[in-house]
Every structure is written in structure tokens, then in C-alpha cells.
Write a protein that binds this ligand. Structure first.
Ligand code: SER
Length: 878
């Protein structure tokens, strides 16, 4: 009986455990140590900074089974899914890593032993092929001499991708970061086992597939393309679990392994499909539900930018395939339950957030389904009218813009009919939108090598003490290490022990002072640099040298206020879940000494009643004066106990668990109160929207909350005084004043209306005859500029056929209006008449042939003559 996928994963980890490797959990799909990366696309991503010496790992040898997504970005397999037997958007990568410990020889020997030994996977050696980076003679020698692989089964591959160090056998994580030559192991599934990876044609690539990549991490690549040699060469290996399972289960496609078989069968059952004709679409759907579920669980939400857009593309592709095989109702979200069943061992993240994930998928599918059918009809029409075999870029863009068809979706539909799309044309049409959608990407191109590199570990004492005697270990000025600083200099100072909390978990860094003999360093902020805590600030007096003894003192009052806000944030988080539901997930937070800000996932604005309930729950916990407990526990145990862990955070094996009575339990490294009573009062100041489905609460605690209550009370008292009311009749009084105001407004409007009618009747009588046309030019008194238009309309109606010019002077400025009845606009245009007057009295005019206005003219002396000149001007044109 062949091993199940779960057993294979476990066997791999066990094997490396017996070789002294620590088993470490998979990290999030959102890399927390590299903003240049879209998604975690390999097992080594969580160790990237360890490889380049910017971070330290507690172990020299580790092994993982890492969840990965390869869609978008440098390693993108999205378009291949459904077309090959070996590609996925989501997959698990098995890996073993050495951080400056063993190197080529051991890495190769371990791989060979695990794959071929009859104690382990026992694969037939004759089906294995090896590739090596050209000129890497050492690796070639190890395969030949130490392992005993025949020379004709080893293929050397040079720079076959254009540039230097651009090769199938030179691995790079992204455009920057750790990289190095690699050696790969291939497995030949086919009947002809003499076929090597290079001799199979593109169409038969599934026959001889790469199963294991062993990378010799030797360089760090920089944004300008240059590479520096790393001090400690390391090992990074990666083997796709699904590919290995296919080999060991003797099937020729990843989609036929136990995991996918079960998942696809459950999917077929749910949608009532009992034939096998639709396997390609089922593969796509089964693959995509995995990436979508894990991406959402790790904090991605569908959107039009960056990570969210990749997720949206995957969901839409799955929905289209569902549509293609005839599914009529919303379906995709229903596959989360079977997914949890088949991936039970690694699906904890999804289990906890099942409802949340289902809601997001459902909403996204419903939104897309509304336009999908119509979009498909339009595309069908276009395709049937096509005169060549390429769909133009504008059509592809219109489908994207109007129907939300990502370009690759249109491309895929066309590919199914042997048609192409004009990608360049699409890019041109799309340029503007793309700039918007990808603007975030530029932010992610920062050069992270330009920071302080420090390899010491600071001992944080600030949970218990706010004042610690310590020694200066390092000083940096402008990211450069220095031995000493002088009064007035800005610097970052590192100590062996410190009570200063460095910014993390949303909590801002501490401020305070470092005091030595005749020396005072003002700490304005505290930040973490790898494992070292940096005190950022300015030396106020004296000199400060490495080795100096100082007393580090945190600003206590400020820290206390921060701690109140941090503990209150935990209470708020739990209260939100109680009032709104378990789907509430933290999306971000800011905790400082003034207030707390908490962003969370929720579908709609909170009602005043919900806000009130939340405040009540939190304040009740404050009155209970609950004990706040902070302890180090094993991560898995904390999660089992139901502690809230945050998206995107990377947790070590041992974590800090913060519990507040029996009310809240959350992983957190922040600083907190001892008992909730210290918070005193919790007051929600505002609730608003920050992004689609992300709400924000801002709240105060302690004295500031009380001040806020007083402030609001004072404001109400001021208003009461102004409206001459008291507590009991205040609301009615304001309501009746507003009613009164509305009545007055109405009466004023009626009065003005009457005034306009009266004024226009009097004025119409002043019209003179000019070449049998009526001309009325008048300067009005007691009329507001806003009434001019109204009077003009009335006059036009009364005079029937006329040329009218009205003027008023109000607050030192002239307002003019000219009106011409439609029968005369061929001869005379109101806009010309107004422009003529503007020339004389100043201001700015605008309008149409039948009506034009001008305002702002200040030459009041010239107004009389200007109005008189209208007679001649009109006469000349009639
Ligand atoms: N980083 C390499 C890969 O992804 C080996 O883990 O193939």
C-alpha cells in the first residue's frame, strides 16, 4: 500500500528530524520579512533574512512543509493549472535548510538517501535524473564519486535564460535576495526511462518532472543586479509534496493523488456531477479552492490591487470553470468544508476562519456571476465576428473594465478555441488603470539592504521594570557603526538589557532617557532591528561610548497610557466578536499613549446600539477588575486553547500568551496593565470605514476617556445655553427650532417668488421697441443676485420676444444677466452681449446664446454708460 500524502509529509519531516533538523511550522502566505514579494513561493522565504545574515534562527538545521502560492509575481503558475499534471497555484513545499552548517555533500547525500533507501521512499534509481549548474564541478563530483550516479544520467545546464546567472540551475527567490546555483532531481514517470528531462518535448513535460531542487545559497542579489558573496553558504531545498506523492502513489498526475481524488470526488458530489468529462475544470476548481482558502485565511481580501487582485483573478477563473461545466448557483464557497476534511492536518488556519472565508468567496462570486454571463455573450459575439485569429486589445480591455474579466481569463477562453489575444493592445488600453492597481507595487520595491545590520540580541526587561542599569553595546549614526557620539548627535543606541519596548503588535515604541555620568541621551522612539532593540534619539549632554554604563529610564506616564490602550484593545477585540460574530478579524491596529485604533473585517457600518453594547461589555470587564496574565507557552498549545493569533504574523515555537480573566486570550508581545480596573473607562470616539469591508474603531481609555466625556458634556451644555434649554427639554427644543427654521425658509421662498413676479410685471412695462423688437435694459434695486435668473425667466415669458439685460450692484460688485428669446438668438447672442458689457465693467462672464451671466465686475461708475450702450449695440445687429 502506498503512503498517503499526509504520511509522506510526515515521513519527510521525520527523516530530517533524525538528521538533527528542528521541525518548524509553515509561515504565512504573506511574507512578513520581505515586502518585495507577492506571496510566499518557497520554503526558504521565511528564512530569507537568516540566509543574508540580517536575522538569526535558533537552529542551524530546520525542516518544514511550507504552504506556497505561485500566482502572479516572479514564479507564476496560474495559467498552467488545468493544462499540466504538475502545476498548482497552491502547493506544499517540503524542505530542509542549513544555515551556515552543512553544505553540498550532506545536502545531496540526505536527498539521495531519503529518495532511494529502502528504509525510506525506496524509489527506483534508474528513473532518477540529475541536473547540475554548468561549471559547478564540486557538485558534479559529489554526484559521481560520493553518490555513484553514472555520468550519462547527469546533465549540466548553463545560463539558458539569457542573462548571466539566469539558468534553470541557478535559483533566485525574486529580483533581489538570497540565490545560488542548484542541482535538481528529476523523476521519469514514462515507459521509456531512458528519456532525460531535456529530451522530452514541451508537450510531454509531465513525463519527466523535477521533484527536488537543492539550492546552494551563496549570494545576496541587490536591486542593481549585483551580487555579494554570503559569509556563510547555506542550503535551501524544496520538493513539491504533491509531485512527490504522485511519484510514490504511482500515478502520473498530481491531480490523481489521494488528496486531490478525495477533494474532487467531494466537489463532484456537492455539484451533482457523476461523469469524468470535465476533469480539466475540476482540476482548476480543486486547485483554486486551496489557494483561495489559504490566501484568505492568511489575510488577503479580493480587490483591484496587488495581492487582492491576484486572489480575485483566481476566484474568477474558478467561477468561470464552474459556469463552463454547467453549475448554475453560487458554488465555490461550498468547497471549504471538503477542503478542511481532506487537508485536516494542515488546515487549522482555515478551520478557525471558515465562516469568514466562505462569506468572502460567496460575495465575490455573486458579484462576478452577475456580469459573467453577459460578458461571455459579448465575448462570443466578438469571437464569431473575428476575421483573424487574434482578439484586439481594446475588446480584452472592455471585458476587463466592464465585466471584470481579468486578461488571463479572456486569454484562457480564447485559448480553448485556438485563438490569441493582443496583449500589447490590452496593456496600452489598460495603462492608466494598471498604474492605479499596481501603484502599491512600487512601494514594495524598497531597498531593504539600506538599514542597520546588527547581530546582537537585546534582553527586554520592560514587562516588569521601567528602569534598568545597562551597558552600551553598539551605536549607529546614519546606519553606520560608530564607537562614540558627542552632544547634539542623532544616533541609534543598543544596550545589552533594556526596559524600552520597541514598536510592534501595533504598539508604538517607548520614549525616555539613558543617563550616565554627565551624559543624557534622549530616547525619542524605540525600534527593533532583527533581535536587537534600538533606542533612537539625540545625545543631549556629554559623550556616549560603546561599553559605557547607563541607566535606561522609560517615560512611565506615557508607557502607562499605552498599556491601558493595549489591554483595552484586547477587550475590544473580544467584545466585537461577541456582538458582531466570529468573522470579526483584526486587520490592523495602532496603540499609542493618546488613543487606540482598531481595524477589523466586517461587512457593514455598526449601529449605534451595537457600539453601545460593545462599550458596555468592555466597561463591564474593566469593573470586574480582571487579572491580566502574561506567560510564555508553546504555540500549538496556545492555538489549541483558542488563543487569537493574528494574520500575517510570524510566530516562534514559544509565544507570549496574554489572557484577561476568562474573557480574552490572545498571542501578544505588547505591554499591558496588571488588572483591567486600571483602564478606568473605555469610550468609543468613532466608527468608520477604511476600505471595503474593513471598519475602524477609535477609542480612548483612562483619564483621556474621562476628559472626552467631559468635553462632550461641555459641548452639550454650551448648546443648551445657546438654545436656552435644559437636560429634559433640550432635544425637543432643538427639534422645534429646526421646524421653525424650515417654516421660515419656506415663507422666505414664497415671499421672494412674489417679489420676482411683482418686479417682472413692473419691469416688462419698461421695455422699448427697437426695429419692432422689444428691448429691456434695467438696473434693479432691492434684488439679490440669486433672484436674477428667476426674474429673467418670468420676463421672457411675459414679453414673448425680447432682448433683456438686467444688472444689480450688491456688496460693491456688479451682477449682470442677458437673456434673448429663442426667435432672436440667430441674430444676437446673449453670451456676446455679456462679454461686451464685461469689457466695460470688468468681472467674468459665461453662458449660452439664450442666456448668459457675469459677476464680479467692480467698475460701478461705468455701469450706467455700459447699460446705455446696449441700445446701439443691439440696433447695429438687428
Ligand atoms: N527555493 C528553491 C525552490 O523553490 C528550493 O527550495 O525551488
Amino acid at each position: 500500500m502506498s503512503k498517503s500524502t499526509d504520511e509522506i509529509r510526515q515521513t519527510f519531516l521525520n527523516f530530517f528530524h533524525t538528521k538533527g533538523h528542528q521541525i518548524i511550522s509553515s509561515s504565512s502566505l504573506i511574507p512578513d520579512n520581505d515586502p518585495t514579494m507577492l506571496f510566499t513561493n518557497a520554503g526558504m522565504v521565511q528564512f530569507k533574512n537568516v540566509f543574508i545574515g540580517q536575522d538569526r534562527c535558533d537552529y542551524k538545521r530546520v525542516t518544514t512543509s511550507q504552504r506556497c502560492v505561485r500566482a502572479g509575481g516572479k514564479h507564476n503558475d496560474l495559467e498552467n493549472v488545468g493544462y499540466t499534471a504538475r502545476h498548482h497555484t497552491f502547493f506544499e513545499m517540503l524542505g530542509n535548510f542549513s544555515f551556515g552548517d552543512y553544505f553540498k555533500k550532506e545536502a545531496i547525500s540526505y536527498a539521495w538517501e531519503l529518495l532511494t533507501s529502502n528504509q525510506w521512499f525506496n524509489l527506483p534509481k534508474e528513473r532518477l535524473w540529475i541536473t547540475v549548474y554548468e561549471n559547478d564541478d564540486e557538485t558534479l563530483g559529489i554526484w559521481k564519486n560520493n553518490i555513484g550516479v553514472a555520468t550519462d544520467r547527469i546533465i549540466c545546464i548553463g545560463n539558458n535564460k539569457g542573462d548571466a546567472y539566469s539558468s534553470d540551475n541557478f535559483w533566485q527567490m525574486g529580483d533581489t535576495g538570497p540565490c545560488g546555483p542548484c542541482t535538481e532531481i528529476f523523476y521519469n514517470h514514462g515507459d521509456d526511462i531512458s528519456k532525460n528531462p531535456l529530451s522530452v518535448s514541451e508537450d510531454n513535460r509531465d513525463q519527466c518532472i523535477e521533484i527536488w531542487n537543492i539550492v546552494f545559497i551563496q549570494f545576496n542579489r541587490h536591486p542593481d543586479g549585483s551580487m555579494t558573496l554570503l559569509k556563510k553558504p547555506s542550503i535551501d531545498t524544496g520538493m513539491g509534496l504533491e509531485r512527490l506523492a504522485a511519484v510514490l502513489q504511482n500515478v502520473h498526475s498530481n491531480y490523481e493523488i489521494d488528496l486531490f481524488k478525495k477533494l474532487i470526488n467531494r466537489i463532484k458530489k456537492i455539484i451533482g456531477l457523476d461523469d469524468d468529462f470535465h476533469s480539466q475544470s475540476l482540476y482548476v476548481i480543486a486547485d483554486h479552492i486551496r489557494s483561495c482558502a489559504f490566501l484568505i485565511a492568511d489575510g488577503v481580501i479580493p480587490s483591484n490591487a496587488y495581492r487582492g487582485y491576484v486572489l480575485r483573478r483566481i476566484i474568477r477563473r474558478a467561477v468561470r470553470h464552474g459556469n463552463k461545466i454547467g453549475i448554475k448557483e453560487t458554488f465555490f464557497y461550498r468547497f471549504i468544508t471538503p477542503l478542511i476534511e481532506v487537508m485536516d492536518h494542515v488546515a487549522n488556519n482555515i478551520k478557525y476562519k471558515q465562516v469568514y472565508i466562505e462569506n468572502i468567496l460567496k460575495e465575490e462570486e455573486e458579484q462576478f456571476s452577475k456580469i459573467l454571463t453577459r460578458g461571455l455573450v459579448i465575448l462570443d459575439e466578438k469571437l464569431s465576428n473575428l476575421t483573424n485569429n487574434t482578439v484586439d486589445g481594446q475588446t480584452v480591455f472592455d471585458l476587463y473594465d466592464t465585466f471584470g474579466f481579468p486578461m488571463d481569463l479572456t486569454e484562457e477562453i480564447c485559448r480553448e478555441r485556438n485563438l490569441k489575444i493582443d496583449k500589447n493592445g490590452f496593456e496600452i488600453a489598460m495603462k492608466q488603470q494598471r498604474q492605479r492597481a499596481y501603484r502599491a507595487e512600487n512601494i514594495f520595491k524598497a531597498n531593504y539592504n539600506n538599514t542597520i545590520c546588527i547581530d546582537i540580541e537585546s534582553n527586554f526587561k520592560g514587562y516588569e521594570q521601567l528602569n534598568v542599569d545597562s551597558t552600551v553595546q553598539a551605536i549607529f549614526v546614519n546606519c553606520q557603526k560608530v564607537h562614540q557620539i558627542f552632544s547634539g548627535q542623532n544616533a541609534v543606541v543598543f544596550l545589552n538589557e533594556t526596559p524600552f519596548y520597541s514598536e510592534s503588535s501595533g504598539q508604538i515604541g517607548d520614549t525616555g532617557i539613558l543617563i550616565g555620568n554627565n551624559t543624557e541621551f534622549n530616547v525619542e522612539n524605540t525600534q527593533k532591528y532583527n533581535k536587537a532593540i534600538g533606542h533612537i534619539g539625540q545625545l543631549k549632554t556629554g559623550n556616549l561610548c560603546i561599553g559605557d554604563h547607563i541607566n535606561a529610564q522609560v517615560n512611565e506616564v506615557r508607557r502607562k497610557c499605552i498599556s491601558l490602550n493595549h489591554s483595552a484593545t484586547h477587550l475590544l477585540h473580544t467584545a466585537l466578536r461577541e456582538v458582531l460574530g466570529e468573522h470579526v478579524v483584526q486587520k490592523g491596529s495602532l496603540i499609542n499613549d493618546k488613543y487606540l485604533r482598531f481595524d477589523f473585517f466586517h461587512f457593514e457600518a455598526l449601529t449605534p446600539q451595537q457600539i453601545c453594547n460593545i462599550e458596555n461589555i468592555v466597561n463591564k470587564q474593566i469593573r470586574y477588575n480582571l487579572k491580566v496574565k502574561n506567560e510564555i507557552v508553546n504555540f500549538d498549545i496556545a492555538k489549541k486553547k483558542g488563543a487569537i493569533a493574528l494574520f500575517g504574523e510570524k510566530y516562534d515555537q514559544y509565544v507570549r500568551l496574554l489572557t484577561i480573566g476568562n474573557f480574552s486570550s490572545e498571542l501578544c508581545t505588547g505591554t499591558h496593565v496588571m488588572r483591567t480596573g486600571e483602564i478606568g473607562l473605555f469610550f468609543i470616539q468613532s466608527e468608520s470605514s477604511v476600505a471595503m469591508k474593513v471598519r475602524r474603531i477609535e477609542a480612548f481609555t483612562g483619564e483621556i476617556a474621562l476628559e472626552q466625556v467631559h468635553f462632550q458634556k461641555r459641548q452639550i451644555q454650551d448648546v443648551m445655553r445657546l438654545v436656552k434649554a435644559n437636560q429634559s427639554n433640550f432635544k425637543e427644543k432643538i427639534c422645534s427650532m429646526l421646524d421653525y427654521l424650515r417654516t421660515l425658509e419656506k415663507e422666505l421662498k414664497e415671499f421672494q417668488e412674489q417679489h420676482v413676479i411683482r418686479e417682472s410685471i413692473v419691469l416688462s412695462k419698461k421695455a422699448v421697441e427697437l426695429k419692432s423688437t422689444k428691448l429691456l435694459v434695467s438696473k434693479l434695486e432691492d434684488v439679490k443676485p440669486t433672484m436674477l435668473r428667476n426674474i429673467m425667466d418670468k420676463l421672457k415669458a411675459q414679453l414673448g420676444s425680447a432682448i433683456i439685460v438686467l444688472a444689480i450692484v450688491s456688496k460693491g460688485k456688479i451682477s449682470l444677466i442677458a437673456g434673448i428669446t429663442p426667435d432672436l438668438t440667430k441674430k444676437i447672442q446673449a453670451i456676446d452681449l455679456i462679454n461686451e458689457l464685461v469689457k466695460k465693467v470688468g468681472g467674468k462672464g459665461g453662458g449660452r446664446p439664450d442666456i448668459a451671466q457675469a459677476g464680479g465686475g467692480m467698475n460701478i461708475q461705468a455701469l450706467g454708460n455700459a447699460l446705455s450702450s446696449v441700445h446701439t449695440w443691439v440696433n447695429n445687429r438687428l
